[in-house]
Design a protein around this ligand. Structure first.
Ligand SMILES: Cc1ncc(COP(=O)(O)O)c(C=O)c1O
Length: 383
């Protein structure tokens, strides 16, 4: 049977991983500054993570939401204490798109409205409502174009103000740091103003933390630099370090749950919760929020000092975009095949994304920058 051929792939197959490295069958070591697309939060095969999942598998891997599962509450309590956000209720699901799908649905249940405002170059997933909010018509099928949407420029308060005036918009959905968009970041004043406009106009504010959340930005959630309280927060990638788990945090003052309102078979299953609890334990024990902030600052400063005249450095924490004034493809290819370092692409061909595991070390950052500088020189010469 053929695989449905939708992914552009490198001809490399990692078969094992440890910390910030992955290995192919010949034992070639690759430094992972892509984190499997921002998913690997606490490193490959972290011993705490592996033992927690193995222990859970020996007990019970799955039962449906028709029965009690106290791991769900344990993870919710841990999330509250590590993230610093409270008075939200947690709904579990399995992917980022599913989290956003449920967030948009909740907003529409609550307001009775259907129009959504999202940012240009934003990405919110590929399922029906989520892909409509994603600013990429190429991945919206006709069946996805079922509600009215406006895409506005990031950090343009006036554009948001005129969209929300009149009180007809159901929800605004925003990434505080755009992932696929290339690590462009919302100003804190902008987020605060958008939040205020949402309050005034009865619009639900959804912060999509699927990629930037879970300590990646140097805050637990990337919007936490701003003084806002979103109505809904969605999260996924780093939450399970590769085990599919996602969540929707729902403001308890605003929303009331009704039986059957949302649901999913796999959400909050035993193995997923075990993975989620292990990730939070590691984030806490290894102080990874602070580490991402400190090392991210160092990383950005070093990139600026070594390549700053040639590139623009974007992002926060360990979610960094490097914008060249030419396509980053040749650089990324050379980094991978010559230097054995994985990096990420973005929706903007010139921007390379850097999304390493959060417990990456300073020496690995130094190593990465020395290799990037070397590759940058050689690609320039070739050009
Ligand atoms: C910000 C953001 N939201 C949503 C998604 C969709 O997540 P998933 O691929 O798990 O459905 C992504 C995936 O890249 C993302 O970066």
């Amino acid at each position: 049977m053929n695989l449905f051929d939708v992914y552009s792939q490198y001809d490399i197959e990692p078969i094992s991983g440890k910390g910030s490295y992955v290995y192919d069958a010949e034992g070639t070591e690759y430094l992972d500054f892509y984190g499997g697309h921002a998913v690997i939060s606490v490193g490959h095969t972290h011993p705490v993570y592996v033992s927690k999942l193995k222990d859970q598998l020996d007990k019970i891997g799955f039962y449906s939401n028709a029965v009690l599962n106290s791991l769900q509450q344990e993870l919710a309590d841990k999330l509250e204490s590590v993230s610093g956000v409270s008075d939200y209720a947690l709904f579990y699901c399995s992917t980022g798109a599913e989290a956003n799908e449920n967030a948009l649905k909740l907003a529409s249940f609550h307001t009775g409205r259907t129009k959504i405002v999202a940012l240009e170059n934003g990405f919110h997933g590929r399922t029906s409502a989520a892909v409509r909010a994603t600013h990429n018509y190429a991945i919206q099928a006709p069946i996805n174009q079922g509600y009215d949407i406006s895409y506005v420029k990031m950090n343009d308060v006036g554009a948001m103000e005129s969209e929300l005036a009149g009180g007809e918009v159901c929800a605004v959905i925003i990434e505080a740091i755009q992932g696929i968009g290339g690590c462009y970041t919302c100003d804190t004043e902008y987020l605060e103003k958008v939040s205020e406009l949402c309050q005034t106009n009865g619009t639900v504010l959804i912060m999509d933390e699927v990629q930037a959340g879970y300590a990646r930005s140097g805050k637990f959630f990337s919007f936490q630099n701003a003084n806002i309280r979103p109505h809904i927060i969605t999260m996924a990638k780093g939450m399970g370090n590769g085990f599919p788990i996602a969540g929707v945090l729902i403001d308890e003052q605003t929303f009331t749950a009704k039986k059957g309102m949302l649901g999913t078979t796999f959400g909050g299953n035993h193995l997923a919760c075990a993975a989620g609890i292990a990730v939070l334990e590691i984030i806490e024990q290894e102080n990874l929020i602070q580490h991402a902030q400190d090392l991210g600052q160092y990383f950005k400063a070093e990139l600026e000092s070594k390549l700053g005249n040639e590139v623009e450095v974007l992002g926060n924490g360990l979610m960094i975009g490097v914008k060249f004034n030419f396509s980053s493809a040749a650089i990324r290819k050379e980094m991978l095949y010559q230097e054995k370092i994985f990096t990420g692409s973005s929706g903007n061909a010139n921007i390379m994304r850097i999304l390493p595991p959060l417990n990456i070390k300073k020496e690995q950052v130094d190593y990465f920058i020395s290799k990037l500088s070397k590759v940058f020189e050689s690609v320039q010469i070739d050009v």
